[in-house]
Write a protein that binds this ligand. Sequence first.
Ligand code: ARG
Length: 246
Amino acid sequence: LAPLTSANSVWDDSTLNKILQRGELRIGIETGYMPFEMRDKNGDIIGFDVDIARHMARAMGVELKLINTAWDGIIPALLTDKFDLVMGGMTITPERNLKVNFCDPYMVIGQTVLLRKGLADTVTSYRDLNNKQYTIVSKLGTTGEIAARRYLSRATILTFESESEAALEVRNGRADAFVFDFPYNAIFIAENPEGLVHLDQPFTHEPLGWAVRKGDPDFLNWLNNYLAQIRGDGTYDALYKRWFES
Ligand code: ARG
């Protein structure tokens, strides 16, 4: 008879098993992305993803560790095992999906435009910005940057390390438009109503999902069933209301 250990070796290597052995779930995030993950006045990390992360760790019976990582390095950090999954409002794109696995989408969003108010009469759709007279800003390595380069290729496109640096360029009149995820833009303009207009019709289709390393079906299975559970039992809706509807 083959020893049981060899039959168990695949399971022993799963991320899920390592989390249970370690007693700690490590989640990669990047703060600054309202309302998913950001810092409050005391510097504590809060948000929709953070509440889900806490609840997830409790469901596994382990401690939670949030690891803040620059967005353009977050997939490489996942692949080199700096954390167990990425939970950062990451859009499931076919290109990223070549490198990582994604859980089922936990939300669907799209790109919108925060426009310099002075342009409100001339620019009524993102399409009007595809002109060399305009300067478009977004965040480095995001689907905002990808959408700007794809749909607004005639414009000058500048990228910034953080969402807020980019959006402030428009508010301060140094750029014409900020292309980024709808939820972020809706909150940014509510907090900075001066000088901005939100063209709030999303022009891309972007399912958001948690990213994990490839070849780890045990972990993917746990995460997808966990997501289905919190969607069905009201946990997801309660958190959604707290962060997106108040
Ligand atoms: N959804 C966009 C993307 O996947 C932006 C996500 C930004 N997330 C963050 N934690 N800063 O590229």
